[in-house]
Ligand binder design. Sequence first.
Ligand code: FAD
Length: 458
Amino acid sequence: MRIAVIGAGIVGVSSAYELAEDGHEVTVFERHSSVAGEASFANGGVIAPGHVAPWAAPGMPSRLLRDCFGKDPLMRVRPTLDVARWRWLWRWWRASRAAAYQQHRGELLRLTQYSRDRLRDLSTRLKFEFERTQGLLVLLRTDQDVAAAQSALALLRELGTPFREVDRAACHALEPGMNRDQALAGGIHFAQAEAGNCRQFAHLLREAAERLNVEFHFGTVVKAISPGEGGQGPRVQVEQMALTTGFVSSRAGPNNAPATQTTAHRARAAARYLDPVSQEHFDAVVIAAGADAGDLLAPLGLRLPIQPLYGYSLTAPLRSPERGPKAALIDERHQVTFSRLGQRVRVAGGAELGGSLERHRRGGVEALYRRLDDWFPGAAHIAKPQVWKGARPMLPDGPPLVGPAPQAGVWLNLGHGHAGWALACGSARLLADLIGGRKPAFDPAALDVGRYRAASRG
Ligand SMILES: Cc1cc2nc3c(=O)[nH]c(=O)nc-3n(C[C@H](O)[C@H](O)[C@H](O)COP(=O)(O)OP(=O)(O)OC[C@H]3O[C@@H](n4cnc5c(N)ncnc54)[C@H](O)[C@@H]3O)c2cc1C
């Protein structure tokens, strides 16, 4: 089949790779000049099946209300007249009830485990070398935090997820660079979890996809998708913004891409640049457009409750290799992650509903510096860090949508929220199996758009 993938974040690149591996002819459209230019750029990097839980959790709505009135600078909901956001919040509140939460957590766990295994398999098979570490330590500051974690641990036991409760001394043994003066009651250690550089992985996977003849069209905005007609599949209308280096070099590098194909690809690139607006039919179209996926689907009659939930990261070089974290950590109270990326440390967190990608809120970024100072004071050169803001593509309830859209030939791989890196490889493999008519590794019914169709009709 000829398949278009819209979006070259970690989800789009993974989808393109898996589809190409199955023998499809794949074209990726991306408005940025390379892969992983948005939410997949500098995320926390954590891949932890045991710790991936819906944001819609019991107690979260009241916590959000409390924190919005100034207690925690990392949490903000901007007041709005936007009906879509209120609807989203209503659905989120309903999904945070205990029974729904447990169900969604179980579904996320299954997908994250599958995804982590797929990522490991791909990395080994394709000999990928990227910044990654093994293990995750969840830090619990007080006895109250330890007590509050117990219900989540009971659920993990029920779901058969391996973890180890550790005391303060064991936490320091696992992370010798951690501040001994910081209050710490204990922790939870997930030995099977890992952290890795999502952006690096996406670049490696892009190269692997190009070796399978995937065409990447960078600097290209998809303006509209129209349903198929007259025996043809859906039509994709694009506007070429610029003839970027990435665009031209796509497919040109690898030796196994025949010269004629490379030339043809370049010719098509140049033609599109001269005639920027063009349209093309495909047998299938995969929407992997992150937080903006809703804009492409609404004109097709599918109104999905997807909202950007903004967060920040700062990445700074370590003063010496033995300082800073050895692996990944999460400050559970503040929901801030620390990950070791080569000789750098990345601190990520924050949850802002409303606002924009461009406007950095000072309080949000400063709070990350404070958390770094709590746990690893003086460990990093913080004079010139990379400060980044990203938009998590959030559905109100938790699990992403992976599978067919109601419109023939349109497929969804979106709404991966705060765990898109952890979920990408598995979601992509599931989607490729569904498109190819093969039995997926597990029943993906929970990821079907059916759960939102009532909303799109309403
Ligand atoms: C602060 C922060 C920390 C995080 N930490 C973690 C973590 O530790 N672990 C984890 O698993 N996840 C984490 N996440 C979440 C993770 O980063 C996202 O879930 C994931 O990157 C989403 O990937 P995506 O491919 O769906 O979206 P994106 O990476 O945003 O990709 C979507 C792409 O579609 C393109 N696009 C959209 N519309 C169009 C159009 N019309 N035409 C052309 N191109 C288009 C965009 O340019 C973009 O490149 C974090 C996120 C944030 C913000």
